[in-house]
Write a protein that binds this ligand. Structure first.
Ligand SMILES: C[S@@+](CC[C@H](N)C(=O)[O-])C[C@H]1O[C@@H](n2cnc3c(N)ncnc32)[C@H](O)[C@@H]1O
Length: 608
């Protein structure tokens, strides 16, 4: 099953939720909130532990109803250090539905405002990593959804405190398995506390064996004892700068999402672009569609595509120039029809996201139509953007046009190979047709290889995917003819209206990669990689995503025709990287998108 299972939920007479699969309650019958504070917050010496910290990461096993998270958030609101940022990472295998969470948390009216904020952003039922950020609260929640033996090893973060809350060990061994302790220790900062309600011998032993000092403490309410542990100290890694200076080269959707996220997180951002104004380049079509690419098999790639799509949904929702709409996606040929069928037999997203439609199609219920001319300026609002400025970059010195930065992010779309060596990007010319109708339409979208969009007076369809000669993109009659044929196949009705209109064409260039995955991460130090080829060959080419990186230089590109979908996810990943926050992606996804894969592939094939 690609969808995460629901818990076997039932409710006791006093309103306490129980998972009948394990026969245990989500929180204490007496007063769950008071217990959460006593066991976890006091157990980890909060708020004192985060007082002098620019960023603090709490990790939790068992997100459940989110009660511990909300108790922490409530404390964060009243005891947050100035300019501090709280990361809360939690693991959940059997996500609850939003309605059940709202019901479970009714006993605590003092949390109602936070419950509402959590429930409106409640994660989508899907396996993977979902990050919810509340920038005005200086808080983000990273949820790893899936069974713990799969999700914990695939996570990347260093916890400053741990809440272990995975039901009673006697009833739910999987959440306390011996194999988890070494992984947990790897994800713990030296000196960090661990708190839990259980004093089970296996838990104490497990923690001790991986280097925690463990102590029993008096329990809360009727419980006799609880546990506190502390990771034996070694030197902590240096803290990242609090307000790093970041240069972003490129003010298209890739750069704009990065600028927004990094500024919200506290960075001092400068964007460089040769254009005169926002939305002039490939990101500047009058309308853009955000729709998932859903692969039929449950692969690393399929999962990261879902993560990226859900990240885009969360990022764009409620922003200017963004509308949610259903997209009717019909298969374009027999092979795709078969793929859709396979997908719908075991879908990775639930009915609130997609369902089957007659004729073998898929209805994407939470897809989005964006108006880049409105969205991009709003993302760049308040950001220092240097328009009409070509960036001259000194990678080794992290200097752009003479200014030194803590990090430089190359997000220049198809012009990226001008900025760095050994990037394998293939340009593809994409043309769309558009016009303004006299009739306002609700947001609507059709797709079958090509796509057609309507929103208010705007109509747009395309796009072609053709070779590009490197010149400034130009539209062509041949591309218009292809788009007209495609529109006819999508909807003869739309085509009839279009035939009467004054059409405009717009061409843009998309940079694609050989494996159709983006390049997100550190810019590889290609010279050292090439020089080390023999060492690497002996090590079976095992290279960590962060190895062979040019310090402080990052790439965000190779988005192909999915720029609007990749951009928010990439922005989250690189923002986390720069601030040393929990990575909002699985480790296997980082390997799949790491820029050094292109050079490694060539070295392996002896092409370099
Ligand atoms: C006691 S509840 C957590 C309560 C939660 N901290 C709260 O504040 O509401 C335990 C949670 O662990 C989750 N869980 C149990 N076994 C799991 C497993 N093998 N993998 C991942 N999550 C699991 C359960 O679904 C449940 O939500």
């Amino acid at each position: 099953m690609r969808l995460p299972p629901r818990p076997d939920l039932s409710w006791k007479d006093d309103g306490t939720p129980v998972d009948d699969r394990v026969g245990d309650v989500y929180y204490s019958i007496e007063d769950g909130l008071a217990e959460s504070r006593a066991v976890f917050l006091d157990g980890c010496s909060l708020p004192a532990a985060w007082q002098d910290r620019a960023a603090f990461t709490i990790a939790e096993l068992g997100f459940g109803t989110g009660l511990n998270f909300l108790a922490t958030w409530q404390m964060w609101r009243s005891h947050r250090p100035a300019a501090g940022w709280l990361n809360f990472v939690s693991f959940e295998g059997y996500p609850l539905d939003r309605e059940d969470v709202a019901r479970a948390l009714t006993p605590w009216p003092e949390l109602s405002d936070l419950v509402e904020q959590l429930c409106t952003r409640w994660p989508v039922r899907a396996k993977g990593v979902q990050t919810i950020t509340w920038p005005e609260e200086r808080l983000s929640l990273t949820l790893h959804i899936g069974l713990i033996e799969d999700t914990l090893p695939q996570s990347r973060f260093k916890a400053d405190a741990w809440f272990l809350d995975g039901f009673s060990p006697a009833k739910n061994e999987a959440m306390w398995a011996d194999t988890l302790w070494p992984t947990l220790a790897e994800r713990t900062q030296p000196g960090a506390p661990v708190a839990t309600f259980t004093v089970a011998g296996a838990v104490r032993r497990g923690l001790r064996e991986v280097g925690f000092h463990v102590e029993k403490k008096p329990g809360h309410g009727r419980k006799r004892e609880r546990l506190e542990a502390r990771f034996s100290a070694e030197d902590a890694p240096p803290a990242p700068p609090i307000s790093p200076r970041i240069a972003i080269v490129g003010a298209g959707i890739a750069g704009a999402c990065l600028a927004r996220r990094l500024s919200e997180r506290g960075a001092n951002v400068t964007v460089f672009d040769q254009a005169d104004a926002p939305a002039m380049g490939t990101s500047g079509n009058p309308l853009a569609l955000v729709m998932p690419r859903v692969d039929a098999a449950d692969t690393v790639q399929a999962r990261l595509l879902i993560d990226a799509y859900l990240s885009a949904q969360g990022f764009y929702r409620g922003r200017l120039g963004v509308q949610t709409t259903e997209t009717r996606h019909m298969p374009r040929d027999d092979a795709e029809a078969e793929r859709f069928q396979k997908l719908l037999a075991d879908p990775p997203l639930g009915l609130e996201q997609l369902e089957a439609i007659r004729g073998g199609g898929v209805l994407h219920k939470a897809s989005m139509i964006l108006q880049p001319a409105i969205l991009l300026p709003s993302l760049l609002d308040g950001v220092d953007v240097r328009w009409r400025t070509a960036a001259r970059i000194d990678l080794a010195e992290r200097r752009v046009n003479g200014e030194v930065f803590d990090a430089v992010i190359l997000a220049a779309g198809w012009q990226m190979p001008d900025l760095a060596e050994h990037l394998d990007l293939t340009d593809r010319l994409g043309q769309v047709e558009h016009y303004q109708s006299e009739v306002d339409a609700p947001p609507s979208a059709l797709a079958a290889g090509h796509y057609a969009l309507a929103s208010g007076p705007h109509r747009l369809w395309g796009a072609t995917f053709a070779d590009h000669d490197g010149a400034a993109p130009r539209s062509s009659d041949a591309a218009r003819a292809e788009n007209t044929r495609a529109l006819d196949a999508l909807s003869p009705y739309w085509r009839n209206e279009a035939l009467k209109a004054a059409l405009q064409s717009r061409a843009g260039v998309r940079a694609t990669t050989a494996d159709r995955l983006p390049l997100i991460g550190a810019l590889p130090d290609s010279a050292t990689l090439i020089a080390d080829r023999q060492i690497l060959e002996r090590q079976a080419w095992a290279v960590a995503p962060s190895a062979y990186a040019i310090d402080g230089i990052y790439l965000a590109g190779g988005y192909g025709s999915r720029g609007f979908t990749w951009a928010p996810w990439a922005a989250d990943i690189l923002t986390a990287e720069i601030f040393a926050d929990p990575t909002p992606a699985r480790v296997e996804a980082l390997h799949a998108i790491v820029p050094n894969r292109q050079i490694l592939r060539k070295l392996k094939r002896k092409l370099l």
